[in-house]
Design a protein around this ligand. Structure first.
Ligand code: B12
Ligand code: SF4
Length: 466
């Protein structure tokens, strides 16, 4: 079959690598590779409703598939509606976290034929096979379709037993005008259950890891493409410290030279400082870590399972290593700690810490999360304008402050936290350029946003998006 897969050409761009809307989503590349391995003709593009015609005419697909997160769902919803209107015979499918959790709404909104509820690598090729044989209502758990107001195959989110043999992603999966930097996935899932994160719900709290050999072989392949810097898309690369140590040993034993970025946790850093020193030696250039809040009660409500002492210790350890570090902060708690006093207390806490980079978000109830269900139950979700589910807008009704006032704290928090570093910002930038942890364009983008906000008096959220 001929398959066209679309990654959203999103209007939510902004801070380059942090909020990029013009990268091909990694999940879609895996789905494409699995369909190719099953003998189908697949092409991946970045598109929206404005330019999808050209790709449909060029590739004449039998099936069109799309992927998105909540903030890029409107872009894909408009595209799917357009396709149904103009190419009524072309079958369509959507996957990703948003569609998985909101499948009933997605069917109603988009007139899509199928929703993939869970991981696509095994079940998507099964659908293609059935369609090829003329069966458009196949019994494949996870490939949900709607008939006579009823949903089929939607009983659970389907995930694979093991991820050791993920299909091989190659550049020729994309249309010639698109490209991507290879990303590595050495594990999927996370056993923690932070209230604002949809990962534990999507993977049902499971955690699957590939072997060190499989990951090293994949990296060698990408090195042969001429790449020397990789981003691990694992939700927490260091969750299994013994695996991580074996990985570092393998890099050294094979004499491989490359840079890598990953995500970790405060508690893992505290209990494994030597591991992080070893990671620095083997090319780890940037670690991103969630602190989220400096208010102990909020950390507890979020089930973050870290405390203030650990946060301070982890920062000390990271500062002693030759690795850049990026910390996440959340404005808002979803409960009684949403008052100006607590928000200021949180900003003061982050300003007082010797942190590296800090990425600040407004608490957002993403579908599937505990937070989403709590706020929904309390009738405090303000709207479903999904493009605003970008962690820069306050889409819920806080208890002790207005949503507009909460949004105004975002630029204030950024300015206060970064200005508190003073002259130390300069060595921070230079060390991360040297380690290839940050591209200068990200800093230029950040400075442009600040200029637009402070001098041109633009709305901060708009300035960040553009
Ligand atoms: C890496 C990452 C990013 C990268 C993406 C880079 C890239 N090229 O992919 C960057 C930094 C750009 C990013 C940005 C954002 N991200 Co992000 N990100 C992730 C992360 C950690 C990994 C993504 C990944 O590769 N997963 C592995 C792949 C294999 O899984 P997958 O995408 O789910 O795909 C599988 C299935 O869903 C399914 N599938 C998916 N699409 C399709 C399509 C079809 C046709 C089929 C059949 C199947 C299918 O099959 C795939 C293979 O198994 C996830 C967490 C996670 N574990 O997924 C968060 C996550 C996706 N991000 C999230 C968010 C919120 C964001 C931002 C809004 C954050 C922000 N404040 O800016 C932005 C949005 C950017 C945008 N415009 O799209 C949320 C999404 C929640 C939601 N409902 O929206 C997640 C789930 C994290 C969380 N804490 O909950 N992100
Ligand atoms: S925020 Fe991080 S630690 Fe918490 S559940 Fe999500 S991936 Fe796991």
């Amino acid at each position: 079959m001929k398959v066209l897969l679309v990654s959203p050409r999103s209007t939510t761009g902004g801070l380059e690598s942090l909020r990029k809307g013009n990268q091909i989503l990694q999940g879609l590349l895996y789905v494409a590779a699995s369909a190719r391995d099953a003998g189908h003709q697949v092409t991946v593009v970045i598109a929206d409703r404005e330019n999808v015609d050209g790709f449909i005419k060029r590739y004449q697909p039998d099936l069109l598939g799309v992927s998105c997160v909540s903030s890029t769902y409107p872009c894909m919803r408009d595209l799917l509606l357009y396709v149904k209107q103009n190419y009524p015979k072309l079958k369509t499918i959507i996957g990703g976290h948003h569609a998985t959790f909101m499948y009933k709404e997605v069917f109603a909104d988009t007139k899509v034929d199928y929703v993939c509820r869970g991981e696509g690598e095994e079940i998507f090729p099964k659908l293609l096979k059935e369609l090829e044989q003329g069966n458009s209502e196949p019994d494949i758990p996870g490939i949900v379709f709607r008939k006579g107001g009823q949903y089929f195959n939607d009983a659970e989110i389907v995930i694979m037993k093991d991820i050791e043999h993920l299909p091989k992603i190659t550049k020729d999966l994309c249309a010639p005008e698109f490209s991507f930097k290879p990303k590595i996935v050495s594990s999927r899932g996370c056993p923690y259950d932070c209230s604002f994160c949809s990962i534990s719900a999507f993977y049902a709290g499971s955690y699957r890891k590939r072997s060190v050999e499989a990951v090293i072989n994949e990296i060698k392949e990408y090195l042969s493409w001429g790449e020397d810097s990789f981003w691990f898309h694992d939700d927490n690369l260091t969750l299994d410290p013994a695996w991580m140590l074996r990985f570092c040993e393998a890099i050294e034993a094979e004499g491989l030279k490359f840079h890598y970025n990953c995500m970790s946790r405060v508690d893992t850093i505290c209990t494994n400082p030597l591991l992080f020193a070893r990671m620095a030696k083997t090319g780890c250039s940037l670690v991103s870590i969630g602190i989220e809040s400096g208010i102990p009660e909020v950390l507890e409500r979020m089930h973050k399972k870290i405390d203030i002492k650990q946060i301070k210790q982890a920062i000390m350890i990271m500062n002693s290593l030759d690795i850049s570090h990026n910390w996440y902060m959340i404005l808002g708690s979803g409960d009684e700690f949403d008052t100006p006093r607590h928000i200021k207390q949180n900003i003061r806490f982050f300003s007082g810490l010797p942190l590296g980079y800090v990425v600040i978000s407004i608490l957002t109830p993403f579908p599937g999360t505990e937070l989403f269900h709590k706020l929904l139950g309390e009738n405090r979700i303000r709207h479903y304008n999904w493009e605003d589910y970008d962690a820069m807008h306050c889409v819920y009704q806080p208890l002790g402050i207005s949503p507009e006032a909460m949004e105004k704290y975002l630029p204030r928090a950024y300015l206060q936290v970064y200005l508190s570093k003073g002259w130390r910002l300069i060595p921070l930038f230079f060390s991360s350029f040297r380690r290839k942890a940050m591209h200068p364009s990200a800093i230029i983008s950040a400075l442009t946003t600040v200029f637009q906000y402070l001098v041109l008096r633009k709305n901060f959220q708009q300035a960040l998006r553009k």
